[in-house]
Design a protein around this ligand. Structure first.
Ligand code: HEM
Length: 401
């Protein structure tokens, strides 16, 4: 393990790093796969083997309150005396209890039943683009689709959608180790927005119960399976996790396909390849680039012991491009037979929204490609990456049709 003393090798807010993180990961993975980043105070893990092992280990905590003062996760998750984790950052036994209550009412079967409605929503959005010769695909397609779907699932009133979008963009800076004062203030207000909003919805549902998701969680609360905070933070988490990531999956996929016309041609010729293509898009350009865990006194990573309370950053995008996991890892190949990737994490915290993200992406690509047979990148306005640590996507993506 190497000690780094000057500028961070992996700087999540450096545009050059963000543009091509693999130029940094590739040498690091072979020389220092478990790397102590003394600038951001975390341990970076870049090999698929260790990333997979740590994700699968239920004994390794996730809750940032278990980190030492000044550890990366404590700072980036803004842990103070009022901090309470949502499902995403809970450890057992709470995590097991909350996840099992939520998974009963948000799972593959529920998503299968949503498919028809997702198709309708996608068609309405595409209809607004009729007659256009070019459009900005993030703002006009990839963003409204997942937000409309998840907001409807959670029963968020349409009039609040624009406000919610504003706060969810502010929340993208959540993992920024050095936000500006304005970014930090917006993020804090964004953090409270969802909780305050869902408190009102939950209060209203207590008197008029239905068959919806929130009513089911209230029933679970009455049965002693959830607390009110767990209901509110889960709704807030789903609203946020359910939109930005899927927007990026759609945007990253459109760019990958348009930059590799031979792959797009294969997909157009054989639409049955679509589920395969989506897994390759997830592997090739992961919308979430890292997740965090906390060391314990008993942990060994690549044989190396650690003191408890240090932040571990598992670099999912580096693991997805590990040559030990994939031949030619930097090649975009929608017919790749080994589809393994870590873009949805793994183990106890494996993405609960993966079935929804996959369904939305399938419907989005199918209907977009059918509607626009001449879809191409706009040569006058090249795609622009957004700069939001731990997320990888596009800020703007102009296409011609
Ligand atoms: C392409 C889209 C998506 C990607 C790449 C993604 C990625 C991830 C990853 C990497 C994790 C694991 C975090 C960890 O281990 O610390 C996660 C967890 C989670 N995701 Fe997603 N996600 C996506 C879409 C969604 C959607 C659509 C929803 C819900 C509407 C969702 C809800 C969740 C939830 C609730 C968790 C926490 C699970 C737990 O801690 O038990 N995600 N996601």
């Amino acid at each position: 393990m190497n000690e780094q003393t000057e500028v961070p090798v992996i700087n999540p807010i450096d545009p050059k790093f963000n543009e091509n993180p693999h130029a940094t990961y590739d040498p690091l993975r072979s020389t220092d796969p478990v790397y102590r980043d003394t600038v951001l105070n975390r341990i970076l893990v870049t090999r698929a083997k260790e990333v997979g092992e740590i994700l699968q280990d239920r004994q390794i905590p996730c809750d940032p309150r278990k980190t030492l003062p000044d550890a990366y996760a404590r700072r980036t998750f803004w842990v103070d005396e009022n901090y309470k984790p949502s499902l995403l950052r809970m450890d057992d036994p709470d995590h097991k209890r909350v996840r099992s209550a939520v998974a009963k009412v948000f799972n593959q079967t529920v998503v299968d039943a949503m498919r028809g409605r997702i198709e309708e929503i996608t068609t309405v959005i595409l209809d607004t683009l009729v007659g256009r010769t070019s459009f900005e695909l993030i703002e006009e397609f990839a963003r409204p689709l997942p937000i409309t779907v998840i907001a409807e699932f959670l029963g968020v009133d349409d009039v609040y959608l624009a406000e919610f979008m504003q706060w969810s963009i502010a929340m993208l800076q959540s993992f920024n180790p050095a936000p500006t004062p304005q970014q930090k203030a917006d993020m804090m207000r964004g953090r409270d927005w969802g909780i305050d909003y869902f408190k009102k919805v939950v209060d209203a549902r207590r008197t008029t119960r239905g068959n919806d998701f929130i009513s089911s969680l209230i029933t679970a609360e009455e049965q002693g399976q959830l607390t009110e905070w767990e209901i509110l933070s889960t709704c807030d988490l789903l609203l946020l996790a359910g939109n930005v990531t899927t927007t990026d999956l759609i945007g990253n996929g459109v760019v990958a396909l348009l930059q590799h016309p031979e792959q797009l041609q294969k997909l157009r010729a054989n639409p049955a390849l679509l589920p395969h293509a989506i897994e390759e898009i997830l592997r090739y350009d992961s919308p979430i680039t890292s997740v965090n865990r906390v060391t314990t006194d008993t942990i060994r990573i690549d044989g190396c012991p650690f003191h408890a309370g240090q932040s571990i950053s598992l670099m999912l995008d580096a693991a997805n491009h590990d040559p030990a996991l994939h031949e030619d890892p930097h090649t975009f190949d929608i017919e790749r037979t080994n589809q393994r990737h870590y873009s949805f994490g793994g183990g106890a915290h494996f993405c609960l929204g993966a079935p929804l993200a996959r369904a939305e992406a399938e419907i989005a690509f199918k209907l977009l490609l059918e509607r626009f047979p001449k879809l191409a990148l706009d040569p006058a306005r090249p795609p622009k990456r957004k700069l939001a640590p731990s997320f990888h996507g596009f800020e703007s993506l102009w296409v011609t049709v």
